[in-house]
Design a binder for this molecule. Structure first.
Ligand SMILES: [Zn+2]
Length: 125
């Protein structure tokens, strides 16, 4: 980051929340309807390194979703339906969580891009 115009405009947490490019933190990762762009419009960073790149994002979304469903199940079981068997309470928790699945899927892609960029891919020069 030598030129002042190439300085990131967002801090790291804000850039992740806004789904900005992991390298320059300026370009949007997603286009219309949540489609992942081929590359960053600001710095040219490739968001899709290879075919099937975002398969690992499903593992990340599992690690996000599982604890959330677990907490929702426990909360439902303790607060609203304490007399229901626990396996029966999981179903409403999964249904409630399913509303957030698209958001978790997009968020896990952003997390994967940031993890990958911090570990092995190039930085802005
Ligand atoms: Zn960029």
């Amino acid at each position: 980051m030598s030129a002042p115009s190439q300085r990131p405009t967002h801090s790291l947490p804000i850039a992740i929340l806004l789904a900005r490019c992991p390298r320059c933190r300026r370009g949007a990762i997603f286009g219309r309807f949540g489609q992942t762009r081929e590359s960053c419009e600001a710095c040219g960073y490739s968001f899709q390194a290879e075919p099937g790149y975002f398969t690992a994002a499903w593992a990340i979304s599992f690690f996000i979703g599982f604890p959330v469903v677990l907490v929702m199940t426990m909360a439902l079981s303790m607060l609203y339906v304490p007399d229901w068997p626990l396996p029966l309470v999981v179903l409403p928790a999964i249904l409630m969580f399913s509303i957030f699945v698209p958001l978790v899927a997009l968020g896990s892609r952003v997390i994967l891009l940031y993890i990958d960029q911090s570990r092995q891919r190039d930085t802005l020069r």
